[in-house]
Ligand binder design. Sequence first.
Ligand code: AMP
Length: 113
Amino acid sequence: MENCLFCKILRGEIPSSRVYEDENVYAFRDINPQAPVHVLIIPKAHLTSADEIVADNAALVAAVFTAIPKIAAAEGLTNGYRVITNVGEDGAQSVKHLHFHLLGGKKLPESMA
Ligand code: AMP
């Protein structure tokens, strides 16, 4: 997607701090971290949000969630972490490329919203 921020990161047009990459998945540090560890994990294929997940593209999500424990271990998150995806306006999604926030490195608040 030409004007998608995260597609631009994938193409190297915008710099990012990479923490993990494989054939289907890219992960990089959030530019505005909300916790000591705040990594964004994205499928390389463009989906707008989790609202577009269907059986035909579910392998992309499986690839992301297969990567998450590896990234968490590499980041030293041995005591747990949180994975969040925001969807649409009410979900406060600001970048319209499916992404999962991996947050950890401290005891996170119990409140989700
Ligand atoms: P969301 O609000 O769920 O769409 O999350 C988008 C996230 O992307 C926010 O946490 C931003 O801080 C982060 N972000 C925006 N631009 C960049 C960038 N150039 N590099 C890394 N993270 C970014």
